[in-house]
Design a protein. Structure first.
Length: 92
């Protein structure tokens, strides 16, 4: 029973439009548990799935929303997006 709850917990999806990342590094400063700087000067979402179009995505728990929302808010070129997977609402 508890395992099912865990499975359904990942409520949000973060998406990094990596091709348009300018390497500002604010995301990694604000949310170092999730964002790290790569040697090519752009950031990566830690443990994310890499897409063919070079975007990256990661499903996160509700408890990790605030940290990633802060990262998204801090990005000067708005290449970090968050979607509520339950409602399909694009938050940022
Ligand atoms: Fe890139 Fe924005 Fe982070 S430009 S390095 S995603 S703050």
């Amino acid at each position: 029973m508890e395992e099912q709850v865990t499975e359904q917990k990942k409520k949000f999806q973060i998406l990094h439009d990596r091709p348009n990342c300018i390497g500002c590094a604010a995301c990694a400063a604000v949310a170092p548990d999730f964002w790290t700087m790569h040697e090519d000067g752009k950031s990566d979402i830690v443990g994310s799935k890499k897409n063919d179009d070079e975007t990256e995505e990661l499903d996160i728990d509700e408890k990790d929303y605030n940290e990633n929302k802060e990262a998204a808010d801090s990005c000067p070129v708005n290449v970090i997006h968050i979607t509520n997977k339950e409602t399909k609402e694009k938050i940022i």
